[in-house]
Design a protein around this ligand. Structure first.
Ligand code: ADP
Length: 245
């Protein structure tokens, strides 16, 4: 893929006359780990919904590589290789960590890829690689129900990785995590980015700092500021919005 992996140009979303997104433009390059922050109601969730096709833009264009997503439906967009992790983990408690990953593989993007995996007996190797990546290899045989909150979040990220997405959208991954789990999550997302692109919506600014890459600040449905965490935290427009001065 040449050019940006994700490209929003002048995107607006209007709900009953209310502009949840207002002429939002955003460019994410391949391999980037982008954080999106902003006060409640800034439009972060609506932005994720527009990228995944859950909500149609009222105006503007959304592109994923060479694909125009603007009028595509949710299933077709997921098939292109965009994975989304919602805030609450949705793992299967009564299955083991390994089985959860196996199940994610058995819901393939296309049936032929599933068949190929099984024929090549590559599934176990793929699950093993993802277990290592999410740091849960020693817990492979444990039921998901006995994992900590943080470990369940990592397992769900692993389930998305089984689908080999090119772009991963992650909604508030560290809410409710311990400090140590938060640090480990930052390290995990840094590992994942590079080969894939990752967009993280988050409230925890220390976590965003640990992610260490470009930050986009949304406010009233549009981009208020963009740059390093230090640059945006020192931006007078951002200070005004967050502190209400
Ligand atoms: P954030 O995720 O940054 O908190 P949202 O994208 O959830 O912001 O919401 C942006 C604004 O759009 C909010 O004021 C919210 O009330 C409004 N909004 C979101 N979804 C809908 C909807 N389906 N209908 C009407 N208003 C909505």
């Amino acid at each position: 893929m040449s050019g940006p992996v994700l490209y929003l140009d002048g995107v607006s979303v209007v709900f009953d006359g209310f502009r949840a997104l207002n002429n939002l433009s955003l460019v994410v390059d391949p391999g980037e780990l982008r954080s999106v922050i902003g006060p409640n109601g800034a439009g972060k969730t609506t932005m994720m919904d527009v990228i995944t096709g859950k909500t149609r833009p009222t105006a503007g264009t959304v592109r994923f590589g060479d694909h125009d997503l603007t009028r595509m439906d949710e299933a077709a967009i997921a098939n292109l290789g965009i994975g989304r992790k919602f805030q609450k983990p949705t793992v299967f408690d009564a299955l083991t960590v390994f089985e959860n990953l196996e199940l994610a593989l058995k819901a393939p993007r296309d049936p032929w890829s599933c068949l190929r995996w099984r024929l090549a007996a590559g599934a176990r190797a793929r699950i093993g690689a993802v277990l290592e990546e999410i740091g849960l290899a020693p817990r492979a045989g444990d039921l998901a129900g006995v994992l900590s909150h943080g470990q369940r979040q990592w397992l769900e990220i692993g389930m998305l990785l089984m689908q080999d997405p090119e772009l991963l959208l992650v909604d508030e991954p560290v809410a409710g995590m311990t400090d140590q789990e938060t640090e480990q999550t930052a390290a995990l997302l840094r590992r994942i980015a590079g080969r894939r692109s990752v967009v993280v919506v988050e409230h925890d600014l220390e976590f965003v700092r640990a992610l260490g890459q470009k930050v986009t600040v949304l406010h009233e449905g549009t981009m208020l500021s963009e740059g390093t965490i230090d640059a945006v935290q020192n931006d007078p427009r951002v200070i005004e919005v967050y502190l209400g001065r």
